[in-house]
Ligand binder design. Structure first.
Ligand code: NAD
Ligand code: UDP
Length: 312
């Protein structure tokens, strides 16, 4: 077996920590690079006694040099409250982080994958969203620091491929949940589960009729690894998400049922530019990667609820 050297930026975050674990279990050497803005040591502490795991505290807005065969670029706050906390830093992280990691990939001749997002489709006018859709993004709104940062990063990846022949992959991740979501992260699945377990009010923003399609983290990690292993001619962008679409009200009701909670549902104002609907078209991933998600929402929620019970 070949032991690859793999750099994961954002490796101490929710998705990154699962990816580190999986790639280590497959016998690789993994370097997790993180500035711990939203990531936590707790997410990766169980990996620290593995001699093939290294933890690097670093900010991707600064250049970095290491020898690696593959780079997964995940560093970026992902929840609206965190990416809006310091929006200028968020867009710097996406854009300067992409430039620094692409320069590194070029220098060391590594393959590099960008964790992009369904947010590049904005508040979509096409449903479901396929990769050929260019999106409906507000360039000056409160979500723009994230959406436009990720869109610029995609541009940079494509231009580094076209002009510098860097071996790239772009994935567009749709709403993903699972153990190690930060309990105060503000994303809907973690908010609802924490509220339900504490028997506090469940906060639905707006009327709850907006939709999302929720993917369990193990399915995403499988898709990421398959994308990295795909032939070099396949750069993406490729959607990775679960096409089963639910309203936010349906999600709240499911969480109440699965936790046996006494929580009541309350409504709060809908934040601006909150997309009305979102569902991935995953035909491309099915065809090119032979990938599709396997975990149903109830099954994934049960595992996630168990995790939150253990940390609350
Ligand atoms: P997360 O916030 O748990 O992880 C992001 C990680 O990046 C954290 O560990 C954070 O400390 C680190 N980070 C942030 N800024 C950094 C910087 N300047 N330098 C170094 N490290 C930095 O979020 P996540 O859900 O694990 O998201 C991981 C990636 O996947 C992000 O790029 C996100 O945009 C993308 N994504 C996630 C989802 C989802 O639903 N989870 C959906 C679409 C895209
Ligand atoms: N949401 C909600 N209550 C919460 C947190 C989020 O109703 O406590 C809504 C939010 O307005 C959005 C959806 O749930 O319509 C998904 O929000 P999240 O922040 O998880 O992800 P994103 O909007 O980036 O898809």
């Amino acid at each position: 077996m070949v032991r690859k050297k793999i750099l994961i930026t954002g490796g101490a975050g929710f998705v990154g920590s699962h990816l580190c674990e999986r790639l280590l279990n497959e016998g690789n050497e993994v370097f997790s690079l993180d500035n711990f803005f939203t990531g936590q040591k707790e997410n990766i502490v169980h990996l620290l006694n593995n001699p093939y795991f290294e933890l690097i505290r670093h900010d991707v807005t600064n250049p970095f040099l290491i020898e690696a065969d593959e780079i997964y670029n995940l560093a970026c706050p992902a929840s609206p409250i965190h990416y809006q906390y310091n929006p200028i830093k968020t867009i710097k992280t996406s854009v300067m982080g992409a430039i620094n990691m692409l320069d590194l990939a070029m220098q060391i001749n590594a393959k590099i994958l960008q964790a992009s997002t369904s947010e590049v489709y904005g508040d979509p006018l096409v449903h479901p969203q396929s990769e050929s859709y260019w999106g409906n993004v507000n360039p000056i709104g409160i979500r723009s620091c994230y959406d436009e940062g990720k869109r610029s990063a995609e541009t940079l990846f494509m231009d580094y491929k076209r002009h510098n022949n860097v071996n790239i992959r772009i994935i567009r991740i749709f709403n993903t949940y699972g153990p190690r979501l930060h309990p105060h992260d503000g994303r809907v699945v973690s908010n609802f589960i924490v509220q339900a377990l504490k028997n506090e009010d469940i906060t639905i923003y707006g009327d709850g009729q907006q939709t999302r399609s929720f993917q369990y983290v193990d399915d995403l990690v499988e898709g990421m690894i398959k994308t990295m292993a795909a032939p070099d001619s396949f750069t993406g962008p490729v959607n990775l998400g679960n096409p089963n679409e639910f309203t936010i009200l349906e999600l709240a009701e499911k969480v109440i049922k699965l936790t046996g909670s006494n929580s009541k549902i309350i409504n709060k104002p809908l934040p601006s530019d909150d997309p009305l609907m979102r569902q991935p078209d995953i035909s491309l991933a099915k065809k090119e990667l032979n990938w599709e998600p396997k975990t149903e929402l109830d099954e994934g929620l049960i595992k996630t609820i168990e995790y939150f019970k253990s940390i609350i």
